[in-house]
Design a protein around this ligand. Structure first.
Ligand SMILES: Cc1cc2nc3c(=O)[nH]c(=O)nc-3n(C[C@H](O)[C@H](O)[C@H](O)COP(=O)(O)O)c2cc1C
Length: 211
C-alpha cells in the first residue's frame, strides 16, 4: 500500500460535511441527478443483488409533504436534489438471474439456484439488514459523487418512516432506509463535532480477552 497522501478521493472524504443550509435557488437538472446516481449504483452489494432503489423527489408538493414528515427540516425542500433511498428486500427472490446474467452458466446456476436462496430464505432480519447495508454504501457513494461535482450533501433519517412510506407510496416489499439531500451550501458548516479517539473505535482480533 502506498502511504496516504492527498488525493481527490481522500479530499472528498475529508471535506464532506452534513449540510443543513442549502441554497434553494440552486437547481439540478434530471440528467445531472441521474449522473450522480450512475456513480452511486457502482457501490457493492452482497451477491450483486443491487437492492437499492433511488426515489428522486422533484415535485415541490411532495417535498413539502416530506418536510412535514421530517421534523420540518429545511434540507428536504431546499436541497437541489432529494433522494429517498429505499431497499427492495425481496430482490434476492424476484429476479436474481438478471444480476448474474453474464456469469458462466455453472457459477450462475450455483448462486441463483442454490447459494442465494439458501442464504436469504426464512431470514427476514437478514433481508432487511442487507437492504440497509446496500443503501448505506450507495448513500456514501452518492455523497462522494456530489463532492466530486463541487456539491454538498446531507444524509438524513430524521423523519417518520411510516408517514414517509405513505407519502411515497412505498411498495410492501420495500423499506425506506434514508434520504440523501444534495445541493449547494449557502455557508460552510461550523466545526465538526468531536470525533471519538481512534483507540476507542478500533480493536484487534477480538473484543476483550480470549475465552
Ligand atoms: C443515517 C444518518 C442520518 C442522519 N440524519 C440527519 C438528519 O435527519 N438531519 C440532519 O441534519 N443530519 C442528519 N445526519 C447528519 C449527522 O448529524 C452528521 O453526519 C454528524 O453529525 C457528523 O457531522 P458531519 O457529517 O458534518 O461530519 C444523519 C447522518 C446519518 C449518517
Amino acid at each position: 500500500m502506498t502511504a496516504l497522501s492527498n488525493s481527490p478521493v481522500l479530499e472528498a472524504i475529508r471535506n464532506r460535511r452534513a449540510v443543513r443550509n442549502f441554497d434553494p435557488a440552486h437547481q439540478m437538472t434530471e440528467p445531472e441527478i441521474l449522473a450522480l446516481l450512475e456513480e452511486a449504483r457502482l457501490s457493492p452489494t452482497a451477491f450483486n443483488l443491487q437492492q437499492f432503489r433511488f426515489l428522486v423527489v422533484s415535485d415541490p408538493a411532495q417535498r413539502r409533504k416530506l418536510r412535514e414528515a421530517s421534523w420540518d427540516q429545511p434540507q428536504v425542500t431546499d436541497a437541489s436534489a432529494l433522494i429517498v433511498l429505499c431497499a427492495d428486500i425481496k430482490a434476492w427472490e424476484k429476479d436474481p438471474e438478471q444480476c448474474w446474467a453474464t456469469a458462466p452458466a455453472e457459477i450462475r446456476d450455483l448462486y441463483v439456484g442454490k447459494l442465494i436462496p439458501e442464504f436469504y430464505s426464512g431470514r427476514p432480519q437478514l433481508q432487511r439488514d442487507e437492504g440497509v447495508r446496500s443503501c448505506g454504501l450507495a448513500a456514501y457513494a452518492l455523497m462522494m459523487a456530489a463532492e466530486a461535482c463541487g456539491l454538498q450533501s446531507c444524509p438524513m433519517d430524521g423523519f417518520d418512516f411510516d408517514q414517509v412510506a405513505e407519502i411515497i407510496n412505498l411498495p410492501a416489499d420495500h423499506i425506506v432506509v434514508m434520504y440523501v439531500a444534495i445541493g449547494r451550501e449557502l455557508a460552510a458548516p461550523g466545526p465538526r463535532l468531536p470525533l471519538l479517539p481512534l483507540q476507542a473505535l478500533v480493536a484487534f482480533n477480538r473484543f476483550g480477552p480470549e475465552k
